[in-house]
Design a protein around this ligand. Structure first.
Ligand code: BGC
Length: 766
């Protein structure tokens, strides 16, 4: 650690003390407004001055000198980043953060390279920057698009104040496999919800005006199909058909493009035999041509080099050729564009037009960000100080954290907790953990900065809280990620925890996964509570069954036993900096839970991939008593433990009077309304969900597809009407050639509280 700091100081010192030798040709042109009008013209003017080497430089992205989010290459250009920066051979850096560091690298690019083109500074602002918001799957459970947008806006504000102007978010990969560690980073299993959330996040990051110093460029990733890795193992092979690609994978990317996302990132996986990074069909044919996307595509970390291991490229030079020809504009950490592209142009293996096109796209985003007007616009130490961790940012983090919590079970109204005179036993190592709630993508956040559940509960002085951890999750220190693989077997603290539980009126147990047990490279084969936590739960239950189970996790878990035995269960994911406050406020009823699951919770890992929008098969039902020959398991139900869209409230809601205006004719629309009444005693929110089923089609359709939702706030006893519209856009689908089609026939419309609703009406598409 010390060593890194010494190197870092040397770099910083040399960057900051370099003399300003070349105030660039480019910046002097900037002062002559006549020669530069629109951004496109500015780009062309600049392009005309660039050498081939400088153009290639713009397509080259280096990791900073300090943080790593992937395996760091050695040798060659990896050893001479500083030289390359001076020589105009670097267009972007990632993982350089903080005004001081960003200013240092920007100064070299702007003041020492020939043309002085500013760097675009990328960082994984995935769920907050220094102030951490809930992990994306948690935020998605809010179904609250305004709150999600606000959260991204706050992340942009805080990170931009630290010098960053480009986030590698949102991840819009649909995934149906809870084993995959990166489900924590997405919006879950549904393309409709995923599209709405993609749009909200992009609008939050980019705002209405990208040239402000509080907005940053967003990046839709990972293009494409990364979430369909076989067996949920990260980086694994993907083999899916056109129907799934077009109808499940593409929609959130299309939504991102339509929302004006400035960049795309390709992905590590191969798709049907061709790595996404070298996939011309995906990047050039679909994204850049069919969808007419005009932003740029960055490779994933080292994904150009990885095409060699995939068995697609012969060597580094070949990999660079394949990637560029397929449409990857910027090389993240492969060092292959900077090394080989010039030769490849010379050998006619890649076309100069492709280089110009990539450079143009990159420069355009830099102009749109306003970097040419002021390369240091994000570099204001005073602003950084004022904005980092501000009250506004923390308030927004608390707001979305509360809204992300999902009430899974609440027998006998055990929740909300009574405020006075209760003895509460708080059990589980996660209950006092101030790091784990920060989740997986929290590079800029400091350890021990989240509010723990213990701290949150202590804000309510009417009750006494006694804490016992019961058991750790893992051996060793949690900051060493590899040690998280080793779950502890140590039960020596069980006894103490049981003693605390015996005397309590109510036991709150905080169990689940550590923040580093999901995320990139953190796939699991089991969806059980890690380590000895299940045993701990059962032992505590044997002495006091009045348990509220608070789950902290980055993916759906299989919690059958808990569902059968524990009276109250709260899904609280990893909620970020304000975690403990949000959980306590929900436990005490200061916030009435309103979240709904964005991903199916299975009964058993063997059911995975399990998702609500499945196909019916030819044998969906038990045909007669004792029949074997239907689509089912011998040892488990087909149904999930908790379906997509599921979540309870301290209020109850009644749905009635589902109405459909008319049958559907081409170019028209159909209106659906329903009355929703809060039949509970307190104000609450309900996410009213609309699903359709296309009963028969030339290509079979799922048994249900989400096509609308509305978040209603209802006072006790109040009734509101939820209104939806269905147009061709919701009723059609992509055929196996990727063509959008609308077919006549019978449709069912379901409106209700989750994806298992049977509240339906039919209509005919004529
Ligand atoms: C991840 C990307 C991330 C990049 C940079 C990669 O390993 O797949 O999502 O943006 O690293 O940190």
């Amino acid at each position: 650690m010390k060593y890194i700091y010494i190197i870092r100081s040397i770099f910083l010192f040399s960057f900051l003390t370099v003399s300003i030798i070349s105030c660039t040709e480019l910046l002097s042109n900037e002062s002559n407004p006549e020669s530069l009008n629109t951004i496109d013209q500015k780009v062309e003017t600049l392009l005309s001055k660039m050498t081939l080497e400088e153009k290639i430089g713009q397509m080259n992205q280096y990791n900073g000198f300090w943080d790593f989010t992937g395996p760091a290459p050695k040798g060659g250009h990896a050893e001479k980043k500083y030289e390359d920066l001076k020589n105009g051979l670097v267009g972007s850096m990632l993982n350089v953060r903080g005004v001081k560091d960003v200013t240092a690298v920007q100064k070299v690019a702007v003041e020492q390279s020939r043309l002085g083109i500013p760097l675009i500074i990328g960082f994984d602002v995935i769920h907050g920057y220094k102030t951490i918001s809930p992990i994306p799957i948690a935020e998605s459970a809010s179904w609250d698009l305004d709150a999600i947008k606000k959260s991204a806006e706050m992340a942009a504000l805080e990170s931009s104040a630290a010098g960053i102007n480009w986030t590698f978010a949102p991840m819009v990969d649909i995934s149906r496999d809870a084993r995959w560690g990166r489900v924590m980073e997405g919006a879950g299993e549904d393309p409709y919800l995923g599209s709405k959330i993609a749009e909200a996040r992009i609008n939050g990051f980019q705002g209405n005006n990208l040239s402000l110093n509080s907005t940053i460029a967003a990046c839709a990733k990972h293009f494409a199909a990364y979430g369909f890795a076989e067996a949920g193992r990260d980086y694994n092979t993907v083999d899916i058909g056109t129907s799934t690609l077009y109808n499940m994978v593409f929609p959130p990317f299309i939504a991102a493009k339509n929302a004006g996302v400035k960049t795309f990132m390709n992905s590590f996986n191969e798709l049907n035999g061709i790595p996404a990074t070298g996939n011309k069909y995906l990047q050039r044919d679909i994204l850049k041509e069919e969808w007419a996307y005009d932003g740029f595509i960055v490779s994933d970390w080292g994904s150009i080099t990885e095409m060699i291991a995939h068995g697609h490229a012969k060597d580094g030079e070949h990999a660079a050729e394949l990637a560029l020809n397929a449409g990857s504009d910027m090389d993240m950490e492969s060092y292959l564009y900077v090394k080989h592209l010039e030769n490849l142009v010379g050998n006619d293996k890649v076309n100069l037009n492709s280089i110009d096109d990539a450079t143009r796209r990159i420069l355009k985003v830099k102009f749109e960000l306003g970097l040419f007007d002021d390369p240091y616009k994000y570099c204001d130490l005073q602003r950084e100080k004022e904005i980092t961790g501000s009250e506004e940012i923390n308030n927004a983090a608390l707001d979305i954290a509360k809204k992300s919590i999902v009430l899974l079970k609440n027998n006998n109204n055990l929740l909300p907790l009574k405020r006075e005179g209760q003895k509460i036993a708080l059990i589980g190592a996660l209950a006092s953990d101030k790091t784990s709630p920060l989740g997986s993508w929290r590079i800029a956040a400091d350890d021990n900065t989240a509010i723990s559940v213990l701290e949150g509960l202590n804000q309510y002085p009417g009750n006494t809280v006694t804490f016992a951890k019961g058991a750790d999750l893992t051996y060793g220190k949690t900051e060493f990620v590899s040690e998280l693989k080793i779950n502890t077997t140590d039960k020596s603290e069980f006894k103490k925890a049981k003693e605390v539980a015996i005397n309590a009126d109510v036991v709150v147990m905080v169990l689940g996964e550590h923040g580093f047990q999901s995320g990139e490279g953190r796939s699991r084969t089991s969806l059980d509570l890690p380590g000895v936590q299940q045993e701990l739960l059962e032992e505590i239950f044997s002495v006091n069954s009045n348990i509220v189970l608070v789950l902290n996790n980055g993916r759906p878990l299989a919690i059958n036993w808990a569902d059968e035995n524990i009276p109250a269960i709260l899904e609280a994911w990893q909620l970020g900096t304000q975690s403990g406050h949000a959980i306590a406020q929900v436990l005490y009823g200061d916030y009435n839970p309103s979240g709904k699951l964005p991903m199916t919770f299975p009964r058993n890992v063997g059911q995975v991939p399990l998702y609500y929008n499945y196909k019916n098969t030819g044998r969906p039902n038990l045909p007669g008593p004792d029949s074997v020959f239907w689509s089912h398991y011998n040892d488990e139900e087909n149904t999930p433990l908790y379906p997509f869209g599921y979540g309870l409230s301290y209020s109850t809601f009644n749905y009635s009077n589902l109405r459909i205006t008319n049958n559907f004719k081409k170019n028209s629309k159909i209106e659906i309304t329903i009355d929703v009444k809060n039949t509970g005693a307190i104000e609450g929110k309900e996410v009213v969900q609309l699903y359709i089923r296309d009963k028969y089609a030339s290509i079979t359709r799922p048994v249900k597809e989400l096509k609308g939702f509305e978040l209603l706030n209802l006072k006790a006893g109040e009734t509101k009407v939820a209104k939806f519209e269905l147009t061709e856009k919701e009723l059609g689908f992509y055929d196996n050639q990727g063509k959008w089609i609308l077919e006549k026939g019978e449709f069912e419309v379901y409106v209700g509280t989750n994806s298992q609703t049977q509240n339906k009406k039919s209509f005919e598409l004529k």
